[in-house]
Design a binder for this molecule. Structure first.
Ligand code: ADP
Ligand code: MG
Length: 484
């Protein structure tokens, strides 16, 4: 039997407001426990919530970015349940009238192909506090700093058909919210959290299978691993004659498996009702137009422009446009050197490699876009060869010089293109390597191409890396073949 996987994601994005969604308490990360929860966040008697306008604006901007209908009227409801990290006894959320209606997101897969994933809706809600299990023996600590932090929950349609598509979708959402600047998107700090709904069905069948909802999937990699495990579990279960039950499961990254937490509660268990303390949110066209006017160029538009106007491959355009910082760095490098392909290669290759090695973000790159652009220009105008370029890059990275030109001068890296000078070095190398020359002459013609590498290496060494490699190659071949 052939099986098909069906996936829908619920992504919680922490909005980058400075204060909570219904109070003035700070949302800053990393404060001492229980220093940033005020009376409103705790739901003490006699206090009233006041909606944070910035959170509304951010939700709307997201909606506009995913081509969604924005609700003229949205309403906050109370979702009632008891849990120690929820002192109010209810979470304020939008159940029946969410602020963002149906929309869609384009995802790009590794082979460069694209697919549209529909968004069912996105709603505003507040976060709960956090239970701390590690530090207290036999007890659980409660930190309420996170209580009341604004979240946008983005609910997709079950449109994904593989773990790769789910990861690509999550990356697309991450790009959009970070481009918009409505979230820092930091998954390690919990600014983006993801519940993954997974089911399987026989290939060709239209009706969906029963789904399991996996909680605690907090990195791109874990999304793929949790889905891979869950799909296999469900297929095995069905093939052994069992049935999948609708339940919430927890992903355990250490054991690479999902475990049952609870069977699915019904919405009516929560006794949702409109929050009597908050007015409905009413938005008019002028406000939406104002926010639309502030939208930056979005990742999908950048990707398309990089491909169509700058001639980047689908793959390069996708990688570079995924992060706004990287896209802007690339654009600055490109405007300096004028060669998009080279700019893309250097940004994705040498620069990204160095940043990864030192665990730096591109915003903190020790080498500026301008410096990198100038360096590329010096390769393009043949001032230096590729090998010297890497040396210049390293020097600029280490702060040994202000510009590529300065480093090239200081280190004497200017490429030698003077034929006479290169010929002199070649003659010397040939004179110094009688054994290799004999071997070259005795070789089959097809093998000589490979053997020439030895001589190129020697000449490059003699020139301290500054000879033009194409010239060295051509001249060497002429001179060696003359000895045959
Ligand atoms: P609930 O309101 O109970 O959480 P929803 O129907 O709103 O359930 O769906 C929640 C998420 O589950 C959505 O992202 C949706 O795409 C996804 N989903 C729904 N049915 C399935 C299914 N059969 N397989 C996989 N995902 C599903
Ligand atoms: Mg749900």
């Amino acid at each position: 039997m052939q099986w098909e996987t069906v996936i829908g994601l619920e992504v919680h994005v922490q909005l980058a407001t400075r204060s909570k969604i219904f109070s003035g308490a700070s949302t800053a990360f990393g404060a001492e426990p229980n220093t940033q929860a005020c009376a409103v966040d705790l739901g003490l008697p006699g206090v009233l919530p006041v909606l944070n306008e910035q959170a509304v604006a951010m939700a709307v901007q997201f909606g506009l970015a995913v081509h969604a209908d924005i609700a003229e009227v949205s309403v906050f409801d109370r979702k009632n349940y008891f849990y120690p990290d929820l002192p109010k006894g209810y979470q304020t959320s939008q159940m029946y009238h969410p602020i963002v209606g149906p929309g869609d997101v384009e995802i790009t897969l590794e082979d460069g192909s694209t697919k549209r994933i529909r968004i069912h809706h996105a709603h505003l809600e507040e976060d709960a506090g956090k239970s701390l299990h590690e530090d207290f023996h036999g007890m659980t600590g409660i930190d309420l700093n996170r209580a009341g932090t604004p979240l946008l929950e983005i609910v997709s349609e079950p449109d994904m058909r593989s773990a790769k598509e789910a990861a690509a979708y999550l990356k697309a959402i991450h790009s959009i919210v970070t481009y918009l600047g409505i979230s820092d998107g930091n998954m390690a700090e919990g600014s983006m959290r993801c519940d993954v709904n997974v089911s399987v069905r026989p290939k060709g069948q239209e009706a969906f299978g029963t789904r399991a909802e996996i909680k605690n999937v907090n990195s791109f990699r874990f999304v793929e691993r949790a889905i891979a495990f869950e799909v296999e579990r469900q297929i095995e279960l069905i093939e052994d004659g069992g049935t999948v039950v609708q339940e919430t499961r927890l992903f355990d990254p250490d054991r690479d498996e999902t475990r049952s937490m609870r069977t699915k509660e019904e919405a009516n268990d929560y006794r949702y009702f409109p929050c009597p303390d908050l007015l409905p949110v009413v938005l008019d066209q002028a406000y939406l137009d104002h926010l639309r006017g502030q939208l930056p160029e979005l990742p999908a538009d950048k990707r398309e422009r990089f491909q169509n106007e700058l001639g980047l491959s689908a793959y390069d355009a996708n990688v570079i446009s995924a992060s706004r910082d990287m896209a802007e760095f690339f654009e600055a490098v490109h405007s300096e050197c004028g060669d998009a392909k080279q700019a893309a290669n250097w940004v994705q290759g040498e620069l990204s490699g160095a940043l990864n090695r030192e665990n730096l973000s591109i915003a903190n790159s020790p080498i500026s876009a301008r410096q990198l652009g100038e360096l590329i220009s010096r390769v393009l105008d043949d001032t230096i060869n590729g090998k010297a370029a890497k040396e210049v890059f390293q020097a600029l990275w280490n702060g040994q010089g202000e510009s590529a030109d300065e480093v090239i001068d200081a280190k004497g890296l200017k490429q030698v293109t003077d034929t006479g000078a290169i010929e002199a070095m070649i003659d010397q190398v040939i004179a110094d390597s009688p054994a290799q020359v004999a071997q070259y002459c005795d070789s089959e013609p097809e093998k000589r191409g490979k053997m020439i590498g030895y001589f190129v290496g020697q000449v490059m060494k003699a020139s301290r890396g500054t000879a033009n490699p194409q010239q060295v190659n051509g001249l060497l071949k002429e001179k060696l073949d003359a000895l045959l």
